[in-house]
Ligand binder design. Sequence first.
Ligand SMILES: Nc1nc2c(ncn2[C@@H]2O[C@H](COP(=O)(O)OP(=O)(O)OP(=O)(O)O)[C@@H](O)[C@H]2O)c(=O)[nH]1
Ligand SMILES: [Mg+2]
Length: 330
Amino acid sequence: MARDWQDLFIVDGAPATADEAPAATEERRMGRFRRLRENLRKTRQALTSEIQATLFEDLSDETWERLEEALIYADVGAQTTAQVVEQLEREATSGQISGGEALTARLTELLADIARTGDDRIDLTAEPTVILVAGVNGTGKTTTVGKLAWHLRKELGQSVVLGAADTFRAAGVEQLELWAERAGVGFVKGPPGSDPGAVAYDTIAAARRDGADVVIIDTAGRLHTQDDLMAELAKVRRVISKQIPEAPHETLLTVDATTGQNGLRQARLFSDAVDVSGLVLTKLDGTAKGGIALAIAHELGIPVKLIGVGEKLEDLRPFEPSEFARALVS
Ligand SMILES: Nc1nc2c(ncn2[C@@H]2O[C@H](COP(=O)(O)OP(=O)(O)OP(=O)(O)O)[C@@H](O)[C@H]2O)c(=O)[nH]1
Ligand SMILES: [Mg+2]
């Protein structure tokens, strides 16, 4: 079932919604699943009509070819698609499963399995926990930082401080400040053009002084090929770990889902250069290429932890492979 914030994040003490009746929790989860299905409408429409036209008809070589094409079109990726469809074909041919519904259910399961990798939770028990957000220009870092701060405060009662380490552009700092206000969380910036490492340092110092639970550092967009900027990011990390040896506890890489396979390539090169512990797949709303959420973890070996499904505060959610696969194909 749908993954809750309490399932993704490990926090000290009792879960924030412990007093909620199970029925109410279930209701919320169902509501979220419906919204996810709606967000993935474009990808789902294309996929489900092909599934109807293949798995629910007489099976032949063409069935598997058409299914492969549909999954590749949804950006599940050639390698991942081949692996999943071969397995399904094997099971169908051997007579293990038959019938459109059973085949669709098995396809959903195979897609979900492929999307699971590594440790897919985020531990917030360190005081403070430091989360660093990095990625290519315009992939949704600042927006994700704002949404994440709001959810951590609202869903988990965490006190959060944001650090504006994207000191490249004044507008970047202002944008984050606005998100901090909307989310109702703390905010630290430096003088214009200041050193990103210094801002990270000040943010952690402020969090320690105020006893904040979580620090989230927003960084400037960069490409893995920009050596000076990659060195700068490495320096921010060094400054952070000088203050807290285990930090950053989490390094999230944002990937724009609408850029499809290109985004995946960029993410691979980026994660080769920086130690990334989780992916945030953004802009999954409104794309017909939502299948990438299932392939990217498999192909990079890094779990997808969060997905962005819109531009508003509430449009960020924990990623759960089975739920996502079901929302996509059923
Ligand atoms: N539809 C949609 N838009 C999003 C989502 N996440 C971010 N955006 C939009 O994408 C654009 C870029 O987002 P930012 O958060 O500024 O991206 P960034 O990575 O911080 O950009 P730079 O700091 O310039 O590298 C903005 O217009 C956001 O509103 C999402 O999940 N869905
Ligand atoms: Mg930004």
